[in-house]
Design a protein around this ligand. Structure first.
Ligand SMILES: *Cc1c(COP(=O)(O)O)cnc(C)c1O
Ligand code: SF4
Length: 430
């Protein structure tokens, strides 16, 4: 197959021109048409030609990751859209129904808006500051992705729901905020995918942080899925060389540069393109740390994780987080019980060597903090979950084990209750 560095994007408008689409059943095409109206759908030639195995499409994880499938919507929602399509109603009517369904799918989970700071009475919409040492920054031009993950909790940002868009144009506001908050050591650029920005744009955001007055910023992190969905970003795009020079400049300025790479499956690590890109990034002195949610139909087997972590370490990446998927979008389709998540984690963890065990999880990003499921245990007569904060809104909560009643069907922290007849968890007021 000829490798190309020209990105070709496919959405609901033009996906029928993908050559491999001819191999799909009528039912699968219908699912793309119906589900694609509600959940954002975008993929590209690299994903299609290199990551998806078209010979086993019914179960292929990379297809499931970027293409809509029927089961991602409830029957009720699916049939409602299907009916409107069959009737051939106006686009406005279809869009209205799709919007209503999206609103029922919890488009803005886990109270993300609570962590937006204020400065001089102005809400800084492109910033989230939840843990003292780390600021998240959402550059407005980086709020899209090379392809869309069907489970993504940031999907409202991609579907024209602009009031949910945590975005900010002014780097100056970020700079001012950081100067007023010298306790911040880390700035994490996130999105969407900031690596969808041109190098020139990305530099405008980053250049200021390598100025001497920001010496309290030790680490610049960039969250990205580009290594998986468009690895040529680092090697063959028109401005890849400038990008690599930017990384070198950051490292030369004495900063720790960490690429927080999002990988969901070992299939994403197999191509020559991803290997070359990882090498290129590492040659600048930057680190690559990896993370992913654990998802049914994608990576719900310990072997997949063990293989993924081993491969990542082989390539010089550092396994970092396994997340529990948030309650949004098509969560029903992807969700696993906490018990299952923990079992996948421990069965993967125990078969890899210490160099892979930098990974922590399964972790839920909740309102009070990042809560890790340490395990299930029986304490006298009671079966419990043992939990701890990896990150806490109050740092004093971090690393104290605590207990919740075992619930075999729980999929998120808010479904758990304190164990041993306690009224509240230790960190809850009163
Ligand atoms: C995960 C996360 C961070 C970064 O936490 P680390 O444990 O330092 O990687 C920062 N802010 C928010 C809101 C997060 O969810
Ligand atoms: S790459 Fe990240 S932000 Fe983009 S669609 Fe996937 S999960 Fe969402």
């Amino acid at each position: 197959m000829i490798m190309t560095n020209q990105i070709k994007t496919y959405t609901l408008r033009n996906y029928k021109t993908i050559p491999q689409i001819a191999t799909l059943s009528d039912e699968m095409i219908e699912a793309i048409e119906v589900v694609g109206r509600v959940l954002p759908f975008k993929t590209n030639n690299y994903v299609i030609d290199n990551l998806i195995d078209w010979t086993q499409i019914e179960s292929d994880p990379m297809f499931t990751l970027t293409f809509p499938r029927k089961e991602m919507l409830s029957k009720k929602h699916y049939n409602a859209i299907k009916k409107l399509l069959e009737k051939g109603v106006d686009k406005a009517i279809l869009d209205k129904k799709a919007y209503e369904i999206r609103m029922e799918l919890n488009p803005n989970p886990a109270g993300q808006e609570h962590n937006v700071p204020e400065m001089n009475n102005v809400k800084l919409k492109g910033i989230q500051h939840k843990y003292p040492e780390t600021v998240l920054f959402f550059p407005s031009q980086g709020q899209t992705c090379h392809a869309y993950c069907s489970f993504c909790f940031r999907w409202p940002q991609f579907s024209g729901m602009s009031d949910f868009k945590f975005a900010m144009n002014e780097t100056n506001l970020l700079a001012q905020y950081l100067l007023q908050n010298p306790q911040v050591t880390d700035v994490l650029f996130t999105g969407g995918d900031p690596m969808t920005m041109s190098t020139r744009l990305l530099s405008t955001y980053i250049n200021i942080l390598i100025e001497p007055e920001f010496k309290h910023i030790h680490t610049i992190r960039i969250g990205t899925k580009a290594l998986s969905y468009w690895p040529y970003r680092f090697t063959k795009d028109a401005d890849s060389d400038e990008l690599i020079k930017l990384f070198e400049r950051i490292v030369r300025a004495g900063k720790n540069l960490a690429i927080q790479a999002h990988f969901n499956h070992s299939a994403e690590l197999k191509t020559l393109a991803v290997k070359e890109s990882i090498q290129k990034i590492r040659s600048t002195g930057a680190q690559i740390r990896t993370q992913s949610p654990v998802l049914k139909h994608i990576n719900d087997k310990p072997e997949i994780w063990a293989e993924m972590w081993r491969k990542q370490v082989d390539l010089g990446c550092i396994p970092y987080y396994m997340f529990v998927a948030r309650d949004t979008g098509s969560k029903r389709y992807f969700e696993l019980t906490l018990d299952k998540c923990w079992n996948i984690f421990r069965k993967a963890y125990r078969q890899v060597s210490g160099v892979c065990r930098t990974v922590r999880g399964p972790s839920m990003s909740c309102e009070p903090g990042k809560i890790q499921v340490l395990g299930v245990q029986q304490v006298e007569a009671e079966k419990v979950y043992v939990l701890r904060f990896l990150q806490g809104r109050d740092p004093s909560w971090v690393n104290i084990p605590f207990f919740a009643k075992y619930d075999p069907s729980a999929t998120w922290f808010d479904q758990l209750e304190p164990a041993f007849g306690e009224e509240k968890f230790f960190f809850e007021a009163g």
